[in-house]
Design a protein around this ligand. Structure first.
Ligand SMILES: NC(=O)c1ccc[n+]([C@@H]2O[C@H](COP(=O)([O-])OP(=O)(O)OC[C@H]3O[C@@H](n4cnc5c(N)ncnc54)[C@H](OP(=O)(O)O)[C@@H]3O)[C@@H](O)[C@H]2O)c1
Length: 410
């Protein structure tokens, strides 16, 4: 028998209103009792008695047993969510930044206060990936979880490659269509994708990692020269967050663009669409594909969490509790393409191996293997140089040749 939920909703913006549209079409034994917003004078589509700008009207109401947090302020969201969990209320949130930054504490709070926090809408909008990683792949050996987690960056890359738009026009279109965050660096700098990766990794591998430990370099320096390089090699450029199990004790997590070959499931993911690619020992490759943002797609994921709370569903963080040995490893070497401007940048990056260096008036680039930790320490210089970097594992021929040569030498 499902439990009746009395809901306090925080936020009535894109997702809050999307959720309300969906809820009003269903008979779900749930009631939205109060909606907290920031600006009380804004015109609303629902009766004014439902709204408040005092968080405690929800947080201190003993009748409200479920809080849905859908605001655009991660610090305020943290206060709301922690206070709600501490008072035993169950919570649904879509705030990836807040969740990624405080996941260890949020896991502890749920256990201590016997409350549940669900956040399917925080990772790739409508794609049901968190509960699948938590439940469906409970006993699978996952080699990697990667994908296209940020719709705005993918939209920009698609528009440049397929419609020859320039970067700023493509970004403006993404903003006009409502895909982009207010501060575009969160999208194009790979921060949004990183928050989602950190959350996904907690459920895929049971590893709770602080986002500041994870490399993120985005598409902010992407240029037509990079596009031409990719096209010459029949590749596409995508921003791909990657979680990769290295061995029983080590996991690599990083967000950088990737040169993607036709054979890759991510090759045909275009525009604002998101995809999560799971590579597993037994299930092999599986692709989850869908809309990563928007009021109704994200609202549908939030609603699914709310519906699950009617049956007291909670994440058990089974992998986190079972396997405490797996740790983030930033010494992992990734094969990269780096297009650069200043020679001193490339001289300052310690390459573990070099596959090719190209210098011409039009284009300087290096293909080689670099430790993630090196890229973290050089990130500021890479970005200041205007350099563009992408995973280049797809250029296997060039890298294989190097491996062969070094094997022959040794
Ligand atoms: N938009 C998407 O497609 C999408 C997809 C996935 C996840 N998310 C996440 O979902 C959350 C909401 O995003 P959104 O796009 O719906 O945001 P939004 O359209 O900007 O709306 C934000 C809402 O939060 C309210 N608000 C802000 N600060 C508040 C506070 N301190 N107390 C109470 N209400 C407050 C605002 O009130 P006023 O109306 O009074 O200004 C507004 O109603 C964010 O965490 C976002 O990252 C969004």
């Amino acid at each position: 028998m499902s439990k009746r939920l009395t809901i306090g909703l925080f936020g009535f913006g894109v997702v809050g209103q999307g959720l309300n549209d969906i809820i009003s079409t269903k008979e779900l034994n749930i009631e939205i009792k109060k909606i907290a917003i920031k600006h009380p004078d804004k015109e609303r589509a629902l009766p004014s008695h439902l709204f408040t700008n005092r968080p405690n009207d929800i947080l201190n109401d003993p009748e409200i047993n479920t809080v849905i947090e859908l605001i655009n302020d991660a610090d305020a969201a943290y206060q709301i969510v922690t206070q709600a969990l501490k008072s035993g209320k169950n919570v649904v949130s879509a705030n990836k930044k807040m969740i990624a930054e405080h996941l260890d504490e949020l896991v502890d709070l749920q256990e201590k206060y016997n409350s549940s926090l669900l956040y399917e809408g925080a990772v790739c909008g409508s794609i049901p990936i968190i509960r699948n990683l938590e439940e469906y792949y409970d006993n699978e050996l996952l080699h990697s979880v990667s994908g296209i987690f940020n719709g705005s960056s993918n939209f920009i890359l698609s528009k440049i490659a397929n419609e020859s738009l320039d970067y700023s026009d493509a970004l403006k279109q993404a903003q006009d269509l409502g895909f982009a965050e207010k501060d575009p660096i969160l999208d194009v700098g790979g921060y949004d994708a990183k928050y989602k990766l950190v959350i996904a990794a907690a459920h895929a591998y049971g590893v709770l990692v602080k986002p500041e430990k994870v490399l993120n370099i985005g598409i902010q320096n992407f240029s037509v020269a990079d596009l031409h390089f990719a096209q010459e090699h029949q590749l596409k450029i995508k921003l791909v967050p990657t979680a990769k199990k290295l061995d029983d004790n080590e996991l690599a997590l990083f967000v950088i663009p990737k040169l993607v070959p036709k054979s890759d499931f991510l090759y045909n993911v275009e525009n604002e669409y998101n995809a999560v690619l799971v590579k597993a020992a037994f299930a092999d490759q599986q692709l989850f594909y869908g809309k990563g943002a928007g009021g109704h797609p994200t609202g549908s994921a939030v609603l699914s969490d709310v519906a699950a709370l009617r049956y007291d569903y909670r994440y058990e963080y089974k992998k986190y509790h079972l396997d405490k040995n797996l740790e983030l490893q930033n010494d992992h070497i990734i094969p990269v393409y780096i297009r650069y401007n200043q020679e001193r940048l490339i001289n300052g990056i310690h390459f573990e191996f070099i596959a090719e260096q190209h210098k011409s008036i039009e284009l300087n680039y290096m293909l080689g293997g670099v430790k993630i930790s090196k890229l973290i320490t050089k990130k500021k210089e890479i970005l200041e140089d205007g350099a563009f970097l992408a995973q280049a594992g797809a250029l296997t021929e060039k890298f294989e040749k190097i491996k062969r040569l070094s094997l022959e030498k040794s």
